[in-house]
Write a protein that binds this ligand. Structure first.
Ligand SMILES: C[S@@+](CC[C@H](N)C(=O)[O-])C[C@H]1O[C@@H](n2cnc3c(N)ncnc32)[C@H](O)[C@@H]1O
Length: 273
């Protein structure tokens, strides 16, 4: 049987995780004040929120995001805006741990600002995102400006069609941790066809089309994923941001690749400056 997603062995904090959190923080540094300057309500949607803290004490993505907001040098100018944090976590233990970590952060920062509303939702990303989109559709409303952070352990549970819909639905920006190392290892394994189709919105044959069998397959997979996000979401600004190589037990492995995309907001420019 596989290890539970709450197993402590899955919650050490290797360098690529720290790099991911640094990138997230630097995006949010630019994103919060820009969005808050022209919108009443802003959403942060963490689709694979985790347990809030790693075994070495490092904070997980929801706490990185919340702390960055309440400690932001311009936070006092954002007090009239509402920041809603939807923190979606499928594993019950992890969701409970995240709740506790948020309570501790609120106590540390008491009195907690009442315009910052973290909400932990014990649900799967695709179920929750689909429900949100359907509700908006029924109400004929557009989504508030949203920053979505999508960070699974592997490559399942983040269907391309859903990401594209999320991007298309409003003024959203998506930061995906695309686990290209895992994809490269498993793409041709029997039984992974469905997961790959969901991930890319293409069959395995279509994904590998154009790959000559000798070049860098990771580079090829990144390009196809990037192209699909661009094509399906219809935005020109998708780009692969960073490939992180880490040392595994058997030598260097490319473990993850962070990709990001944006709609019409100047956040990337803000971060790049
Ligand atoms: C890589 S960890 C997230 C780490 C977190 N984003 C952070 O940076 O601290 C992936 C998390 O997704 C959860 N998970 C697994 N499948 C999921 C799904 N379909 N929907 C939502 N969460 C899921 C796991 O329990 C785990 O906590």
């Amino acid at each position: 049987m596989g290890r539970s997603d709450a197993d402590p062995s899955k919650w050490d904090c290797p360098p690529h995780t720290k790099a991911k959190h640094d990138m997230l923080a630097s995006y949010l540094n630019g994103w919060f004040p820009i969005l808050a300057s022209w919108n009443g309500r802003v959403l942060y949607f963490d689709g694979f929120a985790g347990r809030g803290r790693y075994t070495d004490g490092s904070e997980g993505s929801p706490l990185v995001a919340l702390r960055h907001l309440v400690e932001h040098r311009a936070f006092s100018q954002m007090r009239h805006r509402e920041f809603v944090f939807y923190l979606v976590e499928a594993n019950k233990d992890n969701a409970a741990s995240l709740d506790r970590e948020i309570a501790a952060l609120k106590a540390e920062k008491a009195p907690w600002p009442d315009n910052v509303k973290p909400i932990v939702i014990n649900e799967k990303f695709d179920v929750q995102a689909t429900a949100m989109i359907e509700r908006l559709r029924e109400q004929k409303r557009r989504m508030a400006p949203t920053f979505a952070f999508v960070d699974p352990f592997g490559y399942s549970g983040l269907p391309m069609d859903l990401l594209a819909e999320l991007l298309n639905y409003g003024r959203s920006e998506v930061f995906v941790n695309f686990m290209v190392g895992h994809v490269q290892r498993f793409i041709e394994r029997v039984g992974q066809e469905r997961a790959m189709r969901d991930l890319f919105g293409l069959s395995v044959e279509e994904v590998l089309d154009g790959y000559d069998g000798t070049g860098d397959r990771i580079a090829h997979l990144k390009t196809v994923y990037e192209r699909q996000l661009q094509k399906k979401a219809g935005f020109p600004y998708v780009r692969i941001q960073l490939g992180v190589a880490v040392w595994g037990n058997h030598g260097p492995v490319v473990n993850s690749c962070l990709s990001t995309s944006r709609a019409s907001m100047p956040c990337l420019a803000a971060v790049d400056r």
